[in-house]
Design a protein around this ligand. Structure first.
Ligand code: NAP
Ligand code: MG
Length: 519
């Protein structure tokens, strides 16, 4: 099956009436399916548990998006055993056949693109373009990893040794536990899961409790393509109750996690402790939080910088690991920048994400809303509130006004801790060097951007701005599969570079085979 070269899935242009109509009809069709029940899937068997939990629409808190069976410790045991059993056959399936599952899944997801996006609009409050980008990224991961798997399964270069016939093979690891976050509930979930599966591993997927329904849609898609039973097991449930035991299980060979620093570090520690009967050191891929900065130099097109900062800070309500949460601005343009920025922020429209006019939807849940409001209260003390500052006019969900706090000190909590909401701290820098120093001075190192016209400063940023994903004269969100392999430094994670050529190696182990030939 020749798929040709990898190309990113284009975003949908919703200014075209036919595209708007298609999304509207997808929203209607998904609306008629809200409230459906979803089962655990263990070894191909659908298991409905007595206790279940509801996934709610954060924009209409009374609306149940789906009722989801709730796994327990006992299901952990069954799911890991089912995955372990399935691994024996799956690892022997030819690589091209495994890749073909991803390609077919990509085709099907492309065909039902707006439907997948609509689920995210309801389940996590993404606006149309944000949901569309999430689905496009999921398609990209399937297409990209499908091709990458073919590359890794092909002949690998080794230095010739006289008298020997030598070879290097990449083998899968075994049972993987995949634990995604809710904020890219399709792209990241499908990316981690498909990378693990395509390389010949089997998986137990524990979705985020805030986004289990979109994960269930993906699992159902792979099921419909005839993926062998037990290769992908679906185990929703609480992070502590199900996630912990999955990570700790002696048959678990690796863990692929994306989420908060706190949970990532806990998983890393738990996985490091060998259990009775365990025969390997578990591998942990953990992608975590950020405190990403955009540096605005004095030699700059202010409008362009303001536009990049607004898109990076408030896209999906600031709930991206890559979101700009610090704007670090040269004192020479600080006041002018703030004035323009405030105007843009005040003009942002907050509303129900089903409405294509909305630029910001709700934050994910009540707990997030409270935490963000607490940070805003801290920000009022640590800096000067100049836009937003509390709940938005839209009621019925967790809506916050996009909030802007100026004059924040580099070491203030607002400048150091991940808030994960529509709150931007603006920090004044003496000059470009000072700005870079401030930018690097957190425990994180995920994304960062610099706006300047000065090529020498761009060079300096390349050398000194220590982040996994650096952007020059553009926003710091919206990494594209293939073009911008994604992953952070320091406490932002293990720098796995999702969507890059090194990523699948994390799911493989290499075997060297040397055969003596001739005399
Ligand atoms: P989270 O609270 O850490 O949860 C992530 C996942 O871990 C969820 O599936 C959660 O399940 C599970 N979990 C919770 N406690 C666990 C435990 N004790 N053992 C095993 N699993 C456990 O993160 P989130 O709120 O979903 O996502 C937001 C965070 O993700 C932010 O910090 C953001 O920066 C980060 N993020 C990073 C990247 C990146 O690429 N670096 C990308 C996206 C997001 P429950 O839902 O059941 O609690
Ligand atoms: Mg929800």
């Amino acid at each position: 099956m020749d798929r040709g070269e990898f190309r990113n899935e284009p975003f949908t242009d919703f200014s075209k009436p036919e595209n708007r109509a298609a999304m509207e009809s997808a929203l209607e069709s998904v609306a008629s399916r809200l409230g459906t029940s979803y089962d655990l899937v263990i070894g191909g068997e659908h298991v409905r548990t007595e206790s279940s939990f509801a996934s709610l629409n954060p924009g209409r808190k009374e609306q149940v998006v789906g009722r989801v069976s709730k796994g327990t410790k006992e299901h952990v045991e069954r799911a890991i055993r089912a995955a372990s059993q399935a691994f024996h056959d799956w690892k022997r399936v030819p690589a091209a056949e495994r890749s073909a599952y991803l390609f077919r899944a990509a085709d099907e997801m492309r065909r039902r693109k707006h439907e997948f996006s609509a689920w995210m609009i309801y389940e996590v409050g993404k606006t149309w373009p944000e949901a569309d980008a999430d689905t496009a990224e999921a398609i990209d991961f399937l297409e990209f990893y499908g091709r990458e798997n073919l590359r890794y399964s092909g002949p690998q270069q080794v230095t010739p040794v006289p008298g020997e016939n030598n070879q290097l093979l990449y083998l899968p690891l075994g049972v993987g536990v995949v634990v995604p976050p809710w904020n890219f509930p399709l792209a990241i979930m499908a990316g981690m899961t498909s990378a693990a599966i395509v390389t010949g591993n089997s998986v137990v997927l524990k979705p985020s409790s805030d986004a289990p329904v979109i994960a269930a849609q993906f699992v159902a898609l792979l099921e419909s393509l005839g993926l062998p039973k037990g290769v992908l097991n679906f185990l929703p449930g609480s992070g502590a109750e199900v996630g912990g035991p999955l990570v700790a299980h002696p048959l678990t060979r690796f863990v692929c996690f994306t989420g908060s620093k706190e949970v990532g570090l806990h998983i890393n520690e738990l996985a490091a402790r060998p259990q009775p009967g365990q025969r390997w050191i578990k591998r942990v891929v953990a992608e975590m939080g950020g405190k990403d900065a955009i540096v605005v130099d004095r030699d700059v097109d202010l409008d362009q910088a303001v536009q990049g900062v607004v898109a990076s800070a408030y896209g999906f309500q600031g709930q991206k690991c890559s979101a700009c949460s610090r704007a670090i601005v040269d004192a020479a343009v600080y006041d002018a920048f703030l004035t323009k920025l405030k105007d843009r922020v005040d003009a942002l429209r907050v509303g129900l994400p089903e409405d294509p006019q909305s630029q910001l939807g709700p934050v994910i849940n009540e707990k997030a809303m409270k935490t963000i409001e607490e940070y805003i209260a801290v920000g009022r003390k640590e800096g000067r509130l100049i836009a937003g500052g509390g709940p938005a006019a839209e009621t019925g969900g967790f809506f916050l006004k996009p909030t802007l706090i100026a004059d924040v000190e580099p070491k203030a909590r607002l400048a150091q801790e991940e808030i994960f909401g529509p709150v931007l701290a603006v920090i004044k820098a003496k000059d470009f060097g000072d700005a870079l120093r401030i930018a690097n001075d957190t425990e994180f190192g995920l994304t960062g951007a610099v706006y300047t016209r000065d090529p020498q400063k761009l060079e300096r940023a390349r050398r000194e701005f220590f982040v996994g994903n650096l952007y020059l004269n553009r926003k710091c969100t919206g990494a594209l599969v293939g073009g911008h392999p994604f992953g952070g430094f320091n406490m932002s994670g293990t720098d796995s570079k999702a969507g890059g050529r090194d990523y699948l190696l994390l799911f493989l182990q290499a075997q060297s085979i040397a055969e003596k030939v001739g005399g």
